[in-house]
Design a protein around this ligand. Structure first.
Ligand code: FAD
Length: 305
């Protein structure tokens, strides 16, 4: 059995593995795809102390760092069930079962996509999901934000300070964001809000040059010329297999306290799959390190064998 079993091999999981292994305890990491979302990221400019890097390059460095230590890496394995108990059990999709004294859940999240023509083709070429990451790339340009919930309106306010113009498109006939955010949004001179708008296509040549949307009140199809599209229609945590075993928020995020402890003692969580706000690489790494230190603390306080 493992002292610490980490589920997920993104920045949170990799950090947790390094911190655990450095305590000299038996550490394993099981990941569907080592590197996680970072594998899908091209330019990274906010990983502090590294001016500019690319996702696959950062993942290679992460892997090299983890491999410096005695960590049992089980890549390309998907966890299917979490069973709390004296020893926590993680059942894999391939039928195997892993047991551990402590478990750190670091399974990350994925952005909800619009599923319209052009979205995939122009991903990273004008279609973006993270304003903190990619906002500065659109300095002085025209962008759209898709989604009028809190994250969409926050993104629009954030981007309005950087780009030339923001068009916010909301599918419903009202914005769902908090009133205070809406008030701020409507006070900005370079923001247009279009409600009852269903995005139907992303257009472009080598990069995005516009989007098509249907005005749902008239069924008329319209076009907006722009250079960037930020999709803000939800972040889906990869926590389905944990349902029933530990407490999740109404958004499906693992509820953790300040130490990364979940509702079940001995089970910790870190990174994008948790309730910790602001989903970023550097934050996921910090949270993963913290969860590992908490797991170690739990181990030294548990009954001595
Ligand atoms: P993830 O990176 O999502 O890793 C999750 C891990 O868990 C993966 O290994 C996955 O395979 C594994 N996993 C999931 N489910 C299971 C399961 N059932 N069983 C086993 N393993 C499982 N952040 C920045 O700071 N700067 C940026 O510039 C930036 N750009 C981004 C660009 C894009 C396109 C995207 C998508 C994200 C970007 N982010 C950026 C966000 C950043 O990538 C995430 O915040 C960060 O990767 C979260 O780390 P994590 O370890 O919590 O989760």
């Amino acid at each position: 059995a493992f002292d610490v079993l980490i589920v997920g091999g993104g920045p949170a999981g990799a950090a947790a593995a390094i911190y655990s292994a450095r305590k000299g305890i038996r550490t394993g990491i099981v990941a569907e795809r080592f590197g996680g979302q970072v594998m899908d990221t091209m330019g990274i400019e906010n990983f502090i102390s590294v001016k500019e890097t690319q996702g696959p390059k950062l993942v290679a460095a992460l892997e090299e760092h983890v491999k410096q230590y005695d960590v049992d890496i089980m890549n390309l394995q998907r966890a299917a069930k979490l069973v709390p108990g004296d020893m926590t059990e993680v059942q894999l999709e391939n039928g195997a079962s892993l047991k551990a004294k402590t478990v750190i859940l670091a399974t990350g999240a994925r952005w909800r996509e619009m599923n319209v023509p052009g979205e995939q083709a122009f991903r990273g070429k004008g279609v973006a999901y993270c304003p903190h990451c990619d906002g500065p790339l659109f300095k002085g340009k025209r962008v759209a934000v898709i989604g009028g919930g809190n994250s969409g309106v926050e993104a629009a306010i954030d981007l309005a300070g950087i780009v030339a113009h923001v068009t916010l498109l909301e599918f419903a006939d009202t914005l769902r964001a908090d009133a205070v955010l809406q008030k701020k949004l409507y006070s900005l001179p370079n923001v247009t809000v279009i409600k009852s708008a269903q995005t139907t296509e992303v257009t472009g040549t080598d990069k995005v040059n516009g989007l098509m949307y249907k005005d749902r009140s008239t069924d008329e199809v319209k076009r907006i010329e722009l250079e960037g599209i930020f999709v803000q229609i939800g972040l889906l945590p990869n926590t389905d297999f944990m349902k029933g075993a530990i407490e999740l928020s109404r958004f499906g995020e693992v509820i953790v306290d300040a130490k990364g402890q979940t509702s079940v003692p001995g089970i910790f969580a870190a990174g994008d799959c948790t309730t910790v706000p602001y989903k970023q690489i550097i934050i996921a790494m910090g949270e993963g390190s913290k969860a590992a230190l908490s797991a170690f603390d739990h181990l030294i306080r548990s009954s001595v064998e």
